[in-house]
Design a protein around this ligand. Structure first.
Ligand code: ADQ
Length: 508
């Protein structure tokens, strides 16, 4: 079973949306996004294919080519798949576990079965479209079994895997009843990419702990060649799976596509400021409405700063744009109602007629509109309790190349490793959050040159480390990877005889 695509991207979501026209006609339309932009050049060059779920249960378009000639190949999921695989195992088990238990993960056997079944479905589709010897790049936590299944189905493939969320510490990961299966699945890849060196360390330490010895580190941290990162220390190591293959594990911090960032016209910024009452200071939060993003904490810090008089409600406005997300999951409903209650309370206490202090939108907005918000904001608040990277922080910085603005950034967002000139805070500590906001506001008012220097430095980091660098570093690393077996002097393959991690994923 093989197709004719020599480069295949596999992600939970196919970059398409089902659009309903006013006359009721439905149409599948390609949807752009950062990942699509990053991978388009290589997909176009290699007659590529993107395999994913089109976002609607029990429906899928026929495979079709987008404007760039990339084949979009849907995986059809049922409503039951969606509930068990996506809402259940991916987002109520793995998501909270990988984000350091901000809420309690649910361990449910039926969800696990659904996760495995859906990973098998994806594998069948990939096996159908991938050419002999093709490179397959699997994306994210929903598809962690896929590399292992593909390794069995199609040993000819070169397989990469990238995790967009944090990889947790081994002590947390080991809670997972299916931990060995997940590690086995991941180690089916030739190269595993994570955002940060600390996530790489977590993964390497874990593979030492689970299943006894799962593979030897041949790894000096710098053994794997990854293109230079002055802020994020180069790290890469090889571990050896039980079948003797060398598996690379390395850090590739994701970024944004700067060429798609539109600098708004001055009039657009002026108009927005006027619309919200021409405040002296505009603060901004932009997030999926997710309990990991620390939206409530940010609101509480803002409220206390108003209460103490550190911020003047006549002079400051907070814009909070929250994209609806995973709304059928209980914890997300709770997070939303807490946020909305806080918005209501703060406005009730500090707003005047026609002049709210918090403007709250619970919807997705077009990128062009988002750019106006970013460009207008004097202080950007990114206060995640845990975040693999956080692209919002980088998008804000991208729009402030002139040195304007200030970024308050959680030290628990992956982006803080690169953006260390931001006003860093610990979102678990309300005092720290308040201090960082205050410092940013004071710096803008009293020490603008220093604030500008900091923002320019942040901008330079994002400008020189864009998503194209991320994609090309990963591809280069894959290309240089042979995945050959490693033989010890004794002739054995390292990895030991027991507790091996590259075993079989069965279909039952
Ligand atoms: P997310 O958790 O979704 O991504 P983030 O990296 O901030 O988090 O990306 C969100 C994207 O959605 C940004 O591009 C932003 O512009 C957009 N967005 C947010 N709110 C919006 C709104 N109201 N309207 C329109 N667009 C909106 C996961 C991980 C992150 C990791 C990324 C990429 O959780 O840690 O950085 O993947 O790997």
């Amino acid at each position: 079973m093989s197709g004719d695509n020599s480069f295949v991207v596999v992600a939970n979501r196919l970059p398409v949306d089902l659009v309903t026209h006013p006359d009721g006609r439905e149409e599948w339309s390609p949807s752009p996004g950062g990942l699509v932009a990053a991978l388009s050049p290589v997909l176009e060059e290699h007659q590529g294919c993107w395999v994913g779920w089109p976002g609607v249960s029990d429906a899928a378009p026929e495979p079709f080519r987008n404007e760039a000639g990339v084949l979009l190949h849907p995986v059809k999921l049922t409503e039951a798949d969606f509930e068990g695989f996506y809402e259940g195992f991916s987002n109520a088990t793995l998501w909270p576990l990988y984000h350091d238990l901000i809420v309690e993960p649910v361990y449910n056997n039926d969800w696990w079965d659904a996760y495995r079944e859906v990973n098998l479905k994806f594998a069948d589709e990939v096996a159908e479209v991938a050419a002999e010897g093709a490179t397959v790049w699997v994306q994210d936590y929903q598809l962690q079994l896929l590399p292992g299944i593909l390794r069995q189905l199609r040993p000819d493939l070169k397989i990469g895997f990238f995790l967009h969320i944090p990889f947790p510490s081994p002590d947390l990961f080991r809670q997972l009843p299916w931990r060995e299966e997940i590690i086995r699945g991941l180690l089916g890849a030739d190269l595993i990419g994570l955002h940060l060196p600390s996530y790489v360390e977590n993964f390497l330490n874990l593979t030492r702990q689970v299943s006894g010895h799962t593979g030897s580190h041949t790894g000096q941290p710098d053994e794997l060649q990854v293109s230079g990162e002055p802020k994020v220390r180069e790290i890469g190591a090889h571990i050896t799976a039980a079948d003797g293959r060398r598996v690379g594990v390395a850090a590739f911090p994701i970024s944004i596509d700067l060429s798609s960032v539109r600098q708004p016209a001055v009039e657009e910024i002026t108009q927005l400021r006027e619309k919200i009452g021409s405040p002296h200071t505009v603060m901004l939060g932009v997030d999926r409405l997710d309990y990991t993003k620390g939206i409530l904490q940010r609101l509480l810090a803002f409220e206390e700063l108003l209460e103490s008089g550190a911020l003047d409600p006549a002079e400051v406005v907070l814009l909070q744009i929250a994209t609806p997300s995973r709304e059928r999951i209980e914890q997300y409903r709770v997070a939303r109602s807490q946020v909305e209650e806080a918005v209501g309370r703060i406005n009730g206490r500090f707003a005047t007629i026609g002049r709210p202090v918090v403007h709250y939108l619970h919807k997705s907005v077009p990128k062009s509109e988002l750019s106006v918000y970013y460009a207008t904001a004097d202080v950007m608040l990114v206060t995640a309790f845990k975040d693999g990277m956080n692209l919002v922080a980088k998008e804000y910085v991208a729009l402030h190349g002139d040195g304007s603005g200030a970024l308050v950034l959680s030290e628990f967002a992956g982006a803080s490793q690169e953006l260390d000139e931001a006003y860093l805070c610990n979102p678990f500590d309300l005092e720290s959050l308040k201090r960082a906001i205050n410092t940013a506001v004071q710096a803008l008012a009293q020490n603008p040159e220093s604030a500008q220097d900091r923002m320019r430095e942040l901008h330079e980091q994002v400008r020189t480390h864009d998503v194209h660098l991320w994609a090309s570093s990963f591809e280069d690393c894959m290309a240089g990877f042979s995945g050959e077996a490693v033989h010890t002097p004794s002739g054995d393959t390292p990895g030991g005889s027991s507790g091996r991690v590259a075993g079989k994923v069965s279909r039952d």
